[in-house]
Ligand binder design. Structure first.
Ligand code: EPU
Length: 423
């Protein structure tokens, strides 16, 4: 296993290319199960989670091949008379919860799917009851046995589904399922993340009839079949946001190439509130760090609120700000794993339930640290970049799930960071 070694104190300056969005790529790969031909995606990020999803597509019988050069992925249906396998096994779902995204497309197209039930995970219980409730409302029979959920429906029927809370992958699963259902499906209290809009855009390119993606009410008129497409995936707003924090924290000046401000409004607002200068330029988003960061109050919310996936990174900024900040995590109940590690580096953070109170202005010092989720690991890399001395972030596996070549990108703008073998 690898570790990331960071020497603190470098000021970042230059350009960082933003990769394709992980959380857009995963549902789009699953959506390639819907049409009857070969689809091509461009700007596919090279990430462990994307590899896991391609592995799953292959296990189901599809081909999923990267083109020799570049960042494309070509996904084709089972060849000849080969029957697809309609099961996502425990081993894959255990490594990546987003495997559950194959449920909607498989049931919609083949009338059946069996997916290992994802258990709780590092950041919370994360049930999938809303995914199943939606499919049941569309006439599917849902059974649970031996740790697997089996969903069957000859043909799904359109229905009105009111989600108990906006759920990103839940909404994506139902969106994909509804494209081939008979009749009209209406999703209320739908998630509004840019990745939902992206999925709807791609499904519409395939011939689906979806309206309202990006709003709380999405309407889908079912069609009989979909056709394959080519599509370039949107840039990753969370990767861009993470590097924006890196620039702001190091008094840097960084152009985030390709970053789309319209996907990052809540992030940009909080960067500005902390004193960073954020400018929309033709090539992306430029972020300049202030001489001194201001404290901040943040509450994570579904989009367009402040994203939970940026909470840990902003907490590191709050550690540097002069004064007290309060960060409330309202999406996942266990997403403060970075806190004990940041405190080991000299931060002063106290948590009570869903709130963290950060007394800023403490001196961070390098240490060996690790976290068991992706964004917490990213926050530790950021902390290492401003800490005195050397920081080792262990279990890089988590970072590799969601950040493409993070050490190369940061080195390119002057960070003293490298990957090394963890002994
Ligand atoms: N929830 C339920 N029942 C459900 C579905 C969700 O109770 O059936 C709850 C969850 O437990 C949570 C809330 O609803 O408290 C929102 O969860 P959501 O379903 O929106 O999360 P997700 O779809 O599992 C996606 C991203 C996460 C991101 C969240 C929130 C993907 C592949 N994953 O997860 O990304 O944090 O939305 O924005 O899109 C990450 O990239 O690091 C990451 C964890």
């Amino acid at each position: 296993m690898d570790k990331i070694v960071v020497e603190g104190g470098a000021r970042l300056s230059g350009k960082i290319p933003v990769s394709g969005a992980k959380n857009a790529a995963l549902p789009l790969l699953a959506a390639a199960l819907l049409p009857s031909g070969t689809s091509t995606y461009r700007n596919v990020p090279k990430l462990a989670d994307v590899l896991t999803m391609t592995k799953l597509l292959r296990m189901l019988g599809w081909s999923a091949d990267a083109e020799a050069k570049g960042d494309s992925l070509v996904i084709g249906p089972p060849s000849g008379k080969k029957k697809p396998k309609l099961e996502a096994p425990y081993d894959l779902v255990r490594t990546m919860r987003a495997s559950v995204l194959v449920l909607g497309p498989l049931v919609a197209r083949y009338g059946r799917a069996r997916v290992s039930m994802p258990g709780g995970c590092n950041i919370g219980a994360r049930p999938i009851d809303q995914h199943l409730k939606g499919l049941e409302a569309m006439g599917a029979k849902v059974t649970l046995d031996h740790g697997y959920v089996e969903v069957e429906a000859k043909r799904l029927k359109g229905a009105t589904i009111v989600f108990d809370m906006p759920t990103v992958t839940g909404c994506e699963n139902i969106l994909m399922a509804a494209t081939l259902a008979k009749g009209r499906t209406v999703m209320e209290n739908a998630a509004r993340e840019p990745e939902i809009e992206e999925l709807a855009l791609v499904l519409n390119k395939m011939g689906a009839k979806i309206q309202g993606a990006g709003t709380p009410i999405i309407t889908i008129e079912g069609v009989d079949e979909l056709h394959p497409i080519e599509h370039a995936i949107i840039p990753d707003r969370i990767e861009a946001g993470t590097f924006a924090c890196a620039a702001a924290m190091t008094h840097g000046d960084v152009l985030l190439e390709g970053a789309r401000a319209e996907h990052m409004e809540a992030i940009i607002a909080k960067l500005r509130a902390m004193g960073a200068i954020v400018a929309v330029e033709a090539g992306g988003l430029r972020v300049k760090g202030p001489a001194e960061l201001a404290p901040i109050d943040i509450t994570t919310q579904p989009h367009p609120g402040f994203p939970t996936d940026m909470q840990a990174q902003f907490m590191v900024m709050a550690c540097l700000a002069k004064g007290q900040s309060v960060i409330k995590e309202m999406i996942f109940e266990n997403r403060f794993q970075h806190v004990p590690e940041l405190n080991r580096m000299g931060a002063d953070i106290q948590t009570t339930g869903r709130a963290a109170v950060i007394r800023g202005g403490m001196k961070l010092t390098g240490a060996s640290v690790m976290a068991t989720d992706l964004r917490a690991s990213a926050s530790l890399v950021l902390a290492g970049m401003v800490a005195q001395g050397k920081t080792e972030v262990l279990r890089v596996y988590h970072l590799d799930r969601g950040y493409e070549a993070i050490e190369k990108k940061l080195r390119g703008v002057g960070a003293k960071i490298k990957r090394a073998k963890q002994t």
